[in-house]
Design a protein around this ligand. Structure first.
Ligand code: SAM
Length: 285
């Protein structure tokens, strides 16, 4: 047997994406603990931070730092180790890796390289906040942190203004007041819940409109998730959408049955469809 052949491992390693606590150290699954015990290497966003968790769990393991600023280089290193047959657990500082955290790149390349990627589910601040917020959880949109770039931020705020599902945001304490100020201009009376320090000693939920919360909060401290109630469409908007989905003839007949004359009907249809009334007029001559 040639010496190169001896180096080829029988199996590739596996990449485990392991969720860790977002505060309370009891919030870690039995499976997550077993995987952290069994893998060869732990790839951690901040090795000092993860060391505290590992000490608590009495686990000693080699660690590789994997964070936003070295993601590209470290992806190559991790993939190489996986190809050599090493099993790796990827963790972030808190919660579910990849969700507003690094890790997406290594998962992508691992899958492209035929490496098995296994999720080990557990805490995620967004979901934890949502389930006790009292805000509709049937449909929601997670936007992570609002962008810092002015133009992109404006676009996201516009999206939130119209959003017809619950919105979930992450926010840092020093930016909370600015974000509430911006939200107060677009969310009016919509309910907002601030979920602070989840699973920790000072966990609290504060509810109100953006303006009320802004007036109430003196000094934001700790970690925050912002849950924003959906934008309920007004009856008028709903009716308009329904009419616009009809054919022009059906739309016409609707107003005709209401007793409007031809001129009024054309004006109304043009208004509903946000087009020039001459355009509608042309269709009916
Ligand atoms: N990957 C993490 C997860 O699964 O939730 C999120 C990481 S992101 C870098 C950190 C943000 O998550 C914080 O700024 C805060 O908005 C939110 N967060 C994390 N832990 C939290 C907690 N215990 N209470 C409230 N928000 C928290």
């Amino acid at each position: 047997m040639k010496s190169e052949e001896c180096k080829i491992p029988k199996t590739l390693g596996e990449l485990y994406i392991v969720a860790t606590p977002i505060g309370n150290l009891e919030d870690i699954t039995l499976r997550a603990i077993r995987i952290l015990q069994e893998v060869d290497i732990i790839a951690a966003e901040d090795t000092r931070h993860t060391l505290k968790l590992l000490n608590h769990l009495e686990i000693t393991k080699p660690m590789i730092s994997y964070h936003r600023h070295n993601e590209e280089v470290k992806t190559d290193e991790l993939i190489q180790k996986l190809l050599e047959g090493k099993n790796i657990a990827l963790v972030s500082d808190a919660g579910t890796p990849i969700i507003s955290d690094p890790g997406g790149e290594v998962v992508k390349v691992a899958l492209e390289s035929g490496i098995k990627v296994e999720p080990i589910p557990g805490p995620c601040a967004a979901i934890t906040a949502l389930i006790a917020s009292g805000i509709d959880a049937k449909e929601f949109t997670f936007l992570g942190f609002l962008p810092l770039n002015k133009k992109n931020r404006k676009e996201k705020l516009r999206q939130i203004e119209k959003q017809e599902t619950t919105t979930i945001l992450y926010e840092a304490p020093h930016k909370l007041m600015q974000t509430l100020e911006e939200l107060s201009k677009i969310t009016q009376n919509r309910k907002i819940v601030l979920a602070r320090e989840l699973t920790k000693i000072h966990e609290e939920y504060q509810t109100g409109t953006a303006q009320e919360l802004k007036n109430r909060i003196q000094e934001p401290k700790g970690e925050y998730v912002i849950i924003i109630e959906k934008n309920e469409k007004s009856e008028e908007q709903e009716q308009k959408e329904e009419l616009n989905n009809k054919t022009l003839e059906e739309h016409y007949r609707y107003y005709e049955q209401k007793g409007l004359d031809k001129k009024e009907i054309i004006k109304q249809i043009a208004k509903d469809r946000n087009v020039n009334k001459n355009q509608i007029y042309q269709k009916f001559i």
